[in-house]
Structures are given as C-alpha cells and as structure tokens.
Design a protein around this ligand. Structure first.
Ligand SMILES: [Fe+2]
Length: 312
C-alpha cells in the first residue's frame, strides 16, 4: 500500500462490502490545496461554460420539481461560492478530470488505491464532478446508471440510500433514464423512507453504495462542497448498453419485456443497435428535452438571480 493513502482508514471488511453494501469511509481529499476554497474559487473562475450546470431550486416551499438552469454570468469564483452560500441553488462542475490535469491525477490515485484494496475491482472509465450547494439544497430521489460514490469536502450532508431492488428501482426505470438522461423522474412514495438508511457525511468522509441504489441527499444547513465520482467497470458498461438498447426498443418500437443478458448474441445485437440509434436525431432530442438556461447569477445581490428574458 502507498505511503500516503487517500483513504485514511480502510477496515478489512470494507474490501468485502465495496459495491455490495453502502459503505462510509475516511479520506483526506479535503486537506488538498485542490479542494481548498481558494483552489475551488480558481477552478470556478476558469471553468468552461459547457462543463458546468447551475441549478436553482425556486423559492422555499415551491413545488419540489421546480428547477431552473442558469449561468454564472460575470461573477468571479469566490463570489459564486458566496452566492451559493446565500442562495438556493447548486453548481455542478462536471468532468473536472478533463478540465484540469491535477484533478485527473488525483482521481487516478483514488482508483489505483481502490484496485489495490478491492480484489478484482477495475474501473477503466471514471469521471468526477464538484458539487457546490446551498445550505438548504437537496437532491431528490433518483438513481444513477454508472457506479457512484460521494466525497465530502466541506459542510455536512445526509445521504439516504434505498435498496437497489424493486420497487425502489426496476429495469424499466434504468432504461427510461438511459433514454431520457434525466434521473429524477423516478416514482417515489413516502413509505420508501422506512426502507432507507441515512448516512451523515462530514468533511473527510466518503460514501459508496451498490450499483443503481436509489438515493436522495439533503444538506444539513451548511454550504456544501462534495466530489461526485462516477465509474464504469466492464460489467457496468454492458448493463448500460442493455439499458439504452431496451429503452430505445420500447420507446421507439413499443417492444417490452426484453431480456437483460450481458453476453451472448442478443447482447451484441443490442450493442450494435444502441450505437446506431444513439446517433439519430430522435435519440439526441430525447436526451436534451427540458433543459433550457433561463437565469444568471445576480452580481449586485449575491444569492439572487436575474431572469435572462427580463435582462434581455
Ligand atoms: Fe446520484
């Protein structure tokens, strides 16, 4: 094991639990300059427009599905952080590993360490985002198609993890997400909470959970900075192929009850089919429906927003 590991403690059982059960572990990423407030402010200031999402949750008490997407406008990185601290929104710096080499090196180190600690674990495709969110922000019940883990850098949050099984998540849900690319449209009922396990995260803790386990996240009244990590193993890659192919076959051609084998002739036929289909304008349109940028951050009142139509 390396001399200065990123996981600052790794109980032996963690190797057996990884990807099979929710798992909370300790790390030291929050102590790196890359994740200091100065480091993050600098990253925000130079972040490519195409690679971030800024989402406003609407006024307190509004419909929980009321989301708007916007842009940073003329604010510098530090002001953006202050605006988020005072507002009701979150900023997702997607794909930090392509935006900056230092973050890629950090993530490579994380996965090298995981491969050493978890026998047989290998995730050749991985990416990370930095999520900066307001004290009152929450992420609604959803699931993700890739493997996921969440690393807490600043502030405190609570992650509720649900079983990765029906009725909480079904193949049909996964296929719909693969086609529409919108994760939060899954059905949810209050009684799901009886089956959820809550995990509180503080700076220096991370949480991993089984593939496709639904989850929702609430901030505990503090500005939050977290790193979200997505990874794809060979098995996950094949499942993603199945999800997209089955989803397209159902949405486009009305075919239902399709198999989910990740090998054999039907798998490879689906692999070719989804590759062709995802290039079509129909599939591309499906994936971008419902996403319009309509506000920017207010540079006069940090935490406020300006309607882009009103500003034009
Ligand atoms: Fe998620």
């Amino acid at each position: 094991m390396r001399s200065d590991p990123i996981f600052t403690s790794w109980p032996q059982k963690a190797s057996a639990l990884w990807e099979n059960q929710p798992l909370r572990l300790e790390h030291r990423l929050h102590q790196l300059p890359l994740f200091s407030m100065d480091g993050l402010a600098d990253l925000i200031s130079r972040y490519p427009r195409a690679n971030y999402s800024l989402v406003h949750m609407g006024a307190k008490g509004e419909s929980k599905r009321f989301w708007r997407e916007g842009e940073i406008g003329s604010l510098g990185g530090r002001q953006v952080i202050d605006a988020i601290a005072n507002g009701r929104m979150w900023l997702n710096l997607r794909d930090i590993t392509s935006a900056d080499r230092a973050y890629k090196d950090m993530l490579d180190e994380v996965f090298a360490e995981l491969s050493e600690r978890v026998p047989g674990f290998s995730a050749p495709t991985r990416t990370a985002g930095i999520l900066i969110s307001s004290p009152s922000a929450q992420v609604y019940y959803h699931t993700d198609l890739p493997g996921q883990c969440l690393w807490q850098i600043a502030g405190r949050k609570r992650v509720h993890v649900y079983p990765a099984a029906a009725p909480f998540v079904t193949p049909r849900h996964l296929e719909d997400i693969a086609v529409n690319d919108i994760e939060v449209s899954m059905p949810y009922a209050d009684w799901y909470e009886e089956h959820a396990v809550p995990y509180d995260l503080e700076p220096g803790q991370m949480l991993a959970w089984p593939l496709n386990a639904p989850h929702r996240v609430e901030n505990l009244d503090t500005l939050n900075v977290s790193m979200t990590v997505s990874y794809v193993t060979e098995e996950i890659r094949r499942l993603q192929t199945i999800n997209l192919a089955n989803g397209l076959l159902r949405h486009r051609f009305g075919m239902d009850g399709l198999g989910r084998q990740t090998g054999g002739a039907s798998f490879w036929a689906k692999a070719v089919f989804q590759k062709v289909m995802r290039q079509t304008s129909w599939a591309k349109k499906k994936r971008t429906e419902g996403r319009t940028v309509d506000f920017r951050l207010d540079d006069q009142h940090l935490g406020g927003i300006v309607d882009l139509k009103a500003a034009a």
